[in-house]
Design a protein around this ligand. Structure first.
Ligand SMILES: [Fe+2]
Length: 290
């Protein structure tokens, strides 16, 4: 009985209060409701149909347990061309080893923004895997081989990432979207049930809210979202989930601004070291012994 609302939604539940959850999904009870009506209520209230990755698309999520950063390795299986998103300096040898083991050729090392909590591994990866090009948003004020403007794409084999400008956490924040696979890499713009802070590095809560609602929450509900960090052990989320359950971004603009202006967060420990290094593509503190 407790799960009735979760499973079938309010309107159907009003007619179904006398039945238990298991009874509702039994064939006998389904006969009470036309099948199409049942399916429609069920899928609308529970979850959109999952978006499947294609067989020729490689995806691997990697983690740095010091800065709680997620790094993402994507590749075209046929051409073996790969890209990496938000690598961490200290993890660059791990990432380079994995890329070599899988037989991939790293084409681009991208950052979603100029990070304040860790030094990027892009510069180090350029040394470990010659031929790699670094990429970052045009408005990040950071050095790179290529600066992406809003809507520009990065291609790897048959696949491509679209760089979408989503400022608010920083001016140069980009969300990288792979439309065909139904996935978006949101950096710190959208975290799982959270978002990046807006009280330093050109942060602006109103800008962040408008970026997220205009460029990320406008994607199909079943798109998977992959953030730059998670501090609670979760790996991914979806547009639908964050629209419903994000405790900040599901609120009105005024409420969001009020929340963000009163977080009272501590000064980031790594910011004074990380930001200058990241403005130089992480070519700042690379270990001498590789
Ligand atoms: Fe950040």
């Amino acid at each position: 009985m407790m799960n009735t609302f979760t499973l079938v939604g309010k309107s159907l539940a009003q007619h179904a209060r006398k039945f238990s959850c298991s009874e509702l999904v039994s064939k006998e009870r389904q006969a009470i409701f036309p099948r199409l009506l049942f399916t429609r209520f069920y899928s609308k209230e529970v979850m959109q149909e999952r978006h499947q990755l294609s067989n020729d698309f490689f995806f691997r999520q990697l983690f740095d347990d010091v800065s709680w950063t997620y790094t993402y390795l994507l590749a075209d299986v046929e051409s073996k061309t790969a890209v990496i998103i938000d690598p961490v300096l200290e993890r660059a040898p791990r990432d380079a080893k994995l890329i070599k083991e899988l037989g991939f050729k790293l084409k681009f090392a991208l950052n979603t923004h100029c990070h304040a909590d860790h030094i990027t591994g892009t510069g180090y990866l350029k040394q470990l895997l010659p031929g790699t090009l670094s990429v970052i948003g045009k408005y990040s004020c950071a050095n790179a081989d290529r600066w992406l403007d809003d809507g520009e794409t990065v291609e790897f084999g048959k696949h491509k990432l679209v760089g979408v400008s989503t400022p608010g956490h920083t001016n140069g924040c980009m969300t990288y979207i792979v439309h065909e696979q139904g996935m978006a890499f949101t950096g710190d713009a959208v975290l799982i049930r959270g978002c990046g802070r807006t009280d330093f590095q050109e942060g602006n809560p109103k800008t962040l809210y408008e970026s997220v609602h205009g460029k990320i929450f406008s994607l199909p509900d079943n798109f998977r979202l992959y953030p730059a960090h998670d501090y609670n052990g979760q790996l991914e989320t979806t547009v639908e989930e964050e629209k419903k359950y994000n405790p900040r971004l599901s609120k009105s603009l005024d409420e969001f601004v009020e929340i963000m202006n009163n977080l009272k967060l501590a000064y980031p420990k790594q910011i004074d070291k990380a930001v200058p290094a990241n403005k130089e593509c992480g070519l700042f503190d690379i270990p001498e012994k590789k």
